[in-house]
Design a protein around this ligand. Structure first.
Ligand code: AMP
Length: 191
């Protein structure tokens, strides 16, 4: 089974993807994690995307599609969870093509609904917790970048909701409940 978790920054996509990995032996494909890894390891691509990511803008379709392409060719285990990908219609089209090249299908798109006020406080809390634990906050977990990230979501990513709805693949869950409640809603959707 291959699924997309769709939702704005702070909606809980990463948290729910981790639950699905544990419960269903699925593979989490987070383009955000892959890009952050490239950034910290200082690869040429990492250097290229660093400023764009820190500002909160989207990196190019070409880069993220390339990252996903590589991963789809490997072990598929219980299927893929696309977390933070696709974020544009061009990426959605590319994903369709990549999956069919692999003889795979997209089984569900789960939209996690959360309001903006919760998003801002969740992200600023995440940043404060990282610092309190002696680490560093994500370079884009600050109010300024978050505004840009939310704008990118509404402008470039939210059209995917209509797109997948029209294709009959969209289910929506309330992302405001407890982690366990959201996990249960997602499980019910995937039955
Ligand atoms: P995330 O961890 O999913 O919040 O992603 C962090 C940042 O990585 C985003 O704000 C973008 O700059 C970049 N990014 C992650 N996934 C994508 C994607 N599918 N398309 C474009 N940029 C992305």
């Amino acid at each position: 089974m291959n699924i997309i978790l769709l939702g704005p920054p702070g909606a809980g996509k990463g948290t729910q993807a981790a639950m699905l990995v544990k419960e269903r032996n699925m593979i989490q494909l987070s383009t955000g994690d892959m890009l952050r890894e490239a950034k910290t390891s200082g690869t040429a691509m990492g250097k290229k995307v660093a400023e764009v990511m820190d500002r909160g803008e989207l990196v190019t379709d070409e880069i993220v599609i390339g990252l996903i392409r590589e991963k789809l060719e490997g072990d598929k285990k219980g299927g893929f969870i696309f977390d933070g990908f696709p974020r544009t219609l061009a990426q959605a089209d590319a994903l369709d093509a990549l999956l069919s090249e692999q003889g795979e299908t997209l089984d569900a798109v789960i939209e996690m609904q959360v309001n903006d006020e919760v998003l801002v406080s969740r992200i600023l809390n995440r940043a404060a917790e990282a610092v309190a634990a002696g680490g560093e906050a994500r370079a884009d977990d600050n109010e300024e970048s978050l505004k840009v990230r939310l704008m990118a979501y509404y402008k470039q990513t939210s059209p995917l909701i209509g797109y997948y709805h029209a294709k009959g693949q969209l289910s929506s869950v309330d992302g405001l409940g407890t982690i366990d409640a959201v996990t249960a809603d997602i499980a019910a959707t995937l039955k």
